[in-house]
Design a protein. Structure first.
Length: 647
C-alpha cells in the first residue's frame, strides 16, 4: 500500500530518522509512539506529503487518497456546520450538478441522437453516474449527519455558523470531513484531543470498521489499545515495529530490552575473553596466526547496541497536605449563564475529605465552568458555595500555561511565587519537571506547549494543598510523564477533583464520577470503567450505540456491477493465497526467533567461554540463523508488498 523507504531527517544536530523503512499494509491500524520530540508528527507530515525528507521517499499507488488531521488546524468561517462538513463531498456535489446538466442535454428533442457527440455525452453521463454512486450518491448528506452526531454534535447545531464553535469543536468538524472522504489512508495526529469520553468511544468504533489503513499519534493509552493492531516505536532515529497494540507493545519492548541486555552482557564477556587470548598469544610465534584469527573475528563481530532508554519523565510527589475538615466542597443550586445560554442549571455537589472525583461528559456541558466556580475563578454565579474548613486550594486550569508571563524565565516564574523554605528547593522542584542547567534560564515564551504545562504544574508544589482541582492536566504530557503524574496523584493524601477524558488516566485514580449533561450532574459511585459499564441511555446514547452508528456509516456503499463482483472475487482469491504465504512466513520467523533465543541461552552460560571451539560453534550457528531470519523477514516484506497490490 504505502512504502516508506530509507527516510532520513536531521533536526537540531541529531537524526530524527536515520534511513528507516517500513510498509503500511491494507487494514493496518498503526500507533506511532516515542517520547516528545522523537519525530512522530514529522513522520505523519512526510507521509501526507507536507514535508520532504532529506533522503528516501514515500511511495503510494496511483490514485491513492490520504486524509491528514494535524494538531494545528485552519478552518474557514464562511459556512454553517452542515455545509462545512459537506465539503468532504465536493466531488459528489460537482458530479451531481454535471449529471443534472447532462440529463437536460440528453432529453433535448433538438439533439442529434445518432451523432458522435451525443454518444460521447451518453458515455460521460454513464461514467459520472457510476462515480457519483461510488461516492455515496444522493445519500451523502445522511452520512454527514451520522458522522456529526457520532462526534457529539446535535441536529440543533447543524445550522450554526462555524465561528460559533470553540477550537475543540472546530477540530471535530475537520475530523468529520476527513472521515467522510473514504480515504485509503488516514493520518491522525492526536485525534482525541478535545474529544469527550463518549466521542472517543464512537471514534474507536468507526476506526475499527474503517476499510482503509490508519496511522495515528495519540497519548491516550486506552484509545490506542482499542484502535490499533500494530505499534511502531521511534527512538534514537530508528524504528522498532511490533504487531501489537500499545499495552502488548510495552510487554514486548521490555522482553526485547532484556534480550538485548543479556546479549550485550554475553558479547562483552566474549570480547573481553577474546582480547585476553589475543594479548596472551600474539607475542608467541607459534600462536601468532591463532591470535590474528581471533582479531579478525573481533573485527567482523556485529556489536550489540542497546536501545536508548534514557528518556526522561517528570518525577515528583505532592507535599503532605494539612488536614482539612470533613467536607471540602459543598455547592448548592449553582447556576451560571453566558449570555442567553445557561450552562449550569442548579447544580449541587458535596465532596468529602480524601475523595478523588472525576468530572466527565460532553464538551460544553459545564465541567470546566463548575471547576472555575469551585476554585473561585468565576464569581458571578448564583447559588451557595460554602468553603470547607482549613482548605488550601490548588487549581490547574485547562489553559493554565497561557496565564504564565512569557517574558519571565522558568526560574523567575517559580521564584516570584515561592515563599519560605521552599525557595531553597526551587531548582530541585524544577529538576523534577525536567528543567535543569541552562533550561531554567529560558524565557517562558520560547517553551513548547508541553514545557509550559509542566512549569504550570510545578507551581502547584510550592506549598502543601489539601484540595486540588485540575482541568485536563494531562494535555501535552507524554505517556511516561502522564503515568508519573497519575502515580503522584494516587499517592496524594488530599482531596482531588479532576476533569479528564483520558480513561486510562482516570482508571484506578478516582472513586467517584460526576456526569455532566444538560446543565445538570449525576453522581456515580465507583471508578471510570464502572461508570461506563452501568451508564444508561435515558438522556443520551451509549458508546456502544454510537459505535453501531459508526459501523452503519462505514457500511454504506454503492452496489457493485457483475464485472466488479467478479474482479473482487479474483482479488480475494489472490489475496487469500498470498495471505497464506504470509502466515507460513511468519511461522518460520517465529521458529527462527525461538532458535536464536535458545542459542542466546547457551551463550549466557559463562562456562562456554572456556571452550573456544564450542563457543565458536554457537556463534557461527547464531550468525547463520540471523542471516536466515533476515532473509525471511525480507521475504515477508515482499509478500506484504504483493498483498497490497491485490488490495
Amino acid at each position: 500500500m504505502v512504502s516508506i523507504e530509507n527516510l532520513s531527517v536531521h533536526f537540531a544536530g541529531r537524526y530524527l530518522f536515520d534511513e528507516i523503512s517500513y510498509l503500511v499494509n491494507p487494514n493496518d491500524r498503526i500507533g506511532l509512539t516515542g517520547h516528545n520530540g522523537a519525530g512522530k508528527s514529522t513522520m505523519l507530515k512526510i507521509i501526507a506529503g507536507q514535508q520532504m525528507p532529506e533522503t528516501g521517499k514515500v511511495s503510494k499507488p496511483k490514485g491513492f487518497k490520504v486524509g491528514y488531521l494535524p494538531q494545528e488546524l485552519h478552518i474557514s468561517d464562511t459556512t454553517n456546520l452542515l455545509e462545512e462538513t459537506a465539503k468532504a463531498f465536493e466531488e459528489a456535489k460537482q458530479l451531481e450538478a454535471d449529471i443534472e446538466r447532462m440529463e437536460a442535454e440528453l432529453i433535448d428533442e433538438n439533439a442529434d441522437h445518432a451523432g458522435d457527440a451525443y454518444m460521447d455525452l451518453v458515455n460521460r453521463f454513464s461514467e459520472a453516474s457510476e462515480r457519483y454512486q461510488h461516492l455515496g450518491g444522493a445519500n451523502y448528506m445522511a452520512q454527514v449527519e451520522k458522522i456529526l452526531i457520532g462526534l457529539g454534535f446535535n441536529k440543533e447545531q447543524f445550522g450554526l455558523h462555524t465561528s460559533e464553535f470553540s477550537g475543540g469543536w472546530r477540530m471535530r468538524i475537520e475530523l468529520a470531513k476527513i472521515l467522510l472522504q473514504h480515504n485509503d489512508l488516514l493520518l491522525l495526529d492526536e485525534p482525541t484531543n478535545h474529544l469527550d469520553i463518549e466521542s472517543i468511544g464512537w471514534l474507536e468504533g468507526f476506526l475499527s470498521n474503517y476499510e482503509g489503513a490508519v496511522v495515528m499519534v495519540s497519548h491516550d493509552k486506552a484509545f490506542l489499545d482499542k484502535a490499533t493492531n500494530r505499534t511502531i516505536e521511534i527512538a534514537g532515529g530508528k524504528i522498532h515495529d511490533y504487531k501489537a497494540n500499545y499495552s502488548k507493545y510495552l510487554v514486548l519492548r521490555e522482553e526485547r530490552r532484556q534480550l538485548q541486555l543479556a546479549a550485550k552482557k554475553n558479547q562483552d564477556k566474549y570480547i573481553e575473553h577474546t582480547e585476553e587470548l589475543i594479548n596472551k598469544f600474539k607475542a608467541k610465534n607459534s600462536k601468532a596466526s591463532f591470535a590474528q584469527s581471533l582479531m579478525k573475528k573481533l573485527d567482523k563481530l556485529e556489536i550489540v547496541e542497546l536501545d536508548d532508554d534514557k528518556v526522561q519523565s517528570i518525577r515528583f510527589r505532592f507535599p503532605e497536605p494539612p488536614r482539612s475538615g470533613k467536607v471540602t466542597v459543598d455547592a448548592k443550586d449553582i447556576r451560571k449563564s453566558y449570555g442567553q445560554k445557561e450552562i449550569l442549571k442548579g447544580i449541587s455537589i458535596m465532596v468529602e475529605r480524601g475523595e478523588k472525583v472525576a468530572f466527565v461528559g460532553k464538551n460544553g456541558e459545564g465541567k470546566s465552568t463548575l471547576s472555575k466556580v469551585l476554585a473561585g475563578v468565576i464569581k458571578d454565579h448564583t447559588g451557595e458555595l460554602a468553603p470547607g474548613h482549613n482548605i488550601s486550594l490548588g487549581y490547574y486550569a485547562q489553559n493554565q500555561s497561557d496565564e504564565l508571563d512569557g517574558e519571565k524565565t522558568v526560574f523567575k516564574t517559580i521564584d516570584d511565587v515561592a515563599q519560605g523554605d521552599v525557595r531553597q528547593r526551587i531548582r530541585q522542584i524544577l529538576g523534577s519537571f525536567l528543567f535543569s542547567g541552562d533550561a531554567v534560564e529560558k524565557k517562558v515564551k520560547v517553551l513548547s506547549g508541553g514545557e509550559k504545562a509542566r512549569l504550570a504544574m510545578a507551581l502547584l508544589l510550592l506549598e502543601p494543598r489539601n484540595l486540588l482541582i485540575m482541568d485536563e492536566p494531562t494535555n501535552h504530557l507524554d505517556m511516561r510523564s502522564k503515568d508519573m503524574l497519575k502515580q503522584a496523584l494516587k499517592e496524594y493524601q488530599g482531596t482531588m477533583i479532576v476533569v479528564s477524558h483520558d480513561r486510562d488516566f482516570l482508571d484506578g485514580l478516582v472513586d467517584k464520577v460526576y456526569e455532566f449533561t444538560g446543565g445538570k450532574v449525576k453522581e456515580h459511585i465507583g471508578g471510570i470503567y464502572e461508570f461506563l459499564a452501568k451508564k444508561n441511555t435515558d438522556n443520551f446514547k451509549t458508546i456502544e450505540a454510537k459505535a453501531v452508528v459508526a459501523k452503519e456509516v462505514v457500511a454504506e456503499k454503492p452496489k457493485q456491477t457483475h464485472e466488479e463482483r467478479e474482479a473482487q472475487k479474483a482479488r480475494e482469491k489472490e489475496h487469500k493465497r498470498i495471505a497464506n504465504q504470509v502466515t507460513n512466513t511468519e511461522a518460520t520467523i517465529a521458529k527462527l526467533e525461538k532458535e536464536m533465543a535458545q542459542i542466546e541461552g547457551f551463550l549466557a552460560d559463562p562456562d562456554i567461554y572456556a571452550d573456544l571451539e564450542l563457543q565458536s560453534k554457537y556463534l557461527e550457528q547464531f550468525a547463520q540463523i540471523k542471516a536466515e531470519l533476515d532473509k525471511t523477514m525480507l521475504r515477508w516484506e515482499e509478500l506484504n508488498a504483493e498483498l497490497e497490490k491485490v488490495g
